[in-house]
Design a protein around this ligand. Structure first.
Ligand code: SF4
Ligand code: SF4
Length: 167
């Protein structure tokens, strides 16, 4: 399938504001659709659009979000950076009673739009923007938040509108 996709981060951010109302209307529309049918279309679109977008030249999620990190992942980061888990926690991690996550935005490990710990990046980074997961319809607030940040989400959401004849 040939798609014309948008990858300009500035335009995508602007569309996020311009289409805020439309996106919330589309959210309501999606709630009336068969969730399994929506998942099937989104999973296929996600695979197709992800193929067309090079995350290593984008890095926008790493500039906008704090991703969660497990102890096991901190150990891997320490190993990659030739330091100790304790030092990684001191330098890069924020902890609250329920979770721990990278403390800085943009992420400290993003250099020239590239992740310097890419092979050992945490699962939350690896899985973002989560469009391969089930129950897309139950995560629509998060999807709309990510629409103005992530070109994959933006393009999948726009093509989904057209595939479902949303007006
Ligand atoms: S660890 Fe890498 S992939 Fe994860 S937020 Fe930081 S730069 Fe991005
Ligand atoms: S997941 Fe989205 S925001 Fe993150 S680098 Fe890839 S295209 Fe950019």
């Amino acid at each position: 399938m040939n798609y014309t996709i948008e990858t300009d981060l500035k335009k995508i951010k602007d569309f996020g504001k311009l289409r805020e109302n439309e996106n919330f209307k589309f959210r309501t529309f999606l709630k009336g659709q068969d969730p399994n049918k929506v998942d099937k279309i989104v999973h296929k679109l996600n695979a197709e659009i992800t193929e067309l977008i090079d995350c290593t030249t984008c890095g926008n999620c790493c500039m906008q979000f704090r991703f969660g990190v497990s102890d096991n992942e901190i150990e891997k980061l320490a190993h990659t950076l030739n330091t100790t888990p304790k030092q990684i926690k001191l330098d890069y991690i924020q902890t609250d009673p329920y979770e721990q996550y990278f403390k800085n935005i943009p992420c400290d490990f993003l250099k020239d739009k590239k992740c310097i710990v890419y092979d050992n990046r945490p699962e939350e980074c690896r899985e973002f923007p989560y469009l391969h997961k089930k129950n897309f319809n139950s995560r629509l607030f998060g999807v709309i938040d990510n629409y103005e940040v992530c070109p994959i989400v933006f393009n999948v959401f726009e093509i989904l509108k057209s595939k479902l004849n949303f007006k």
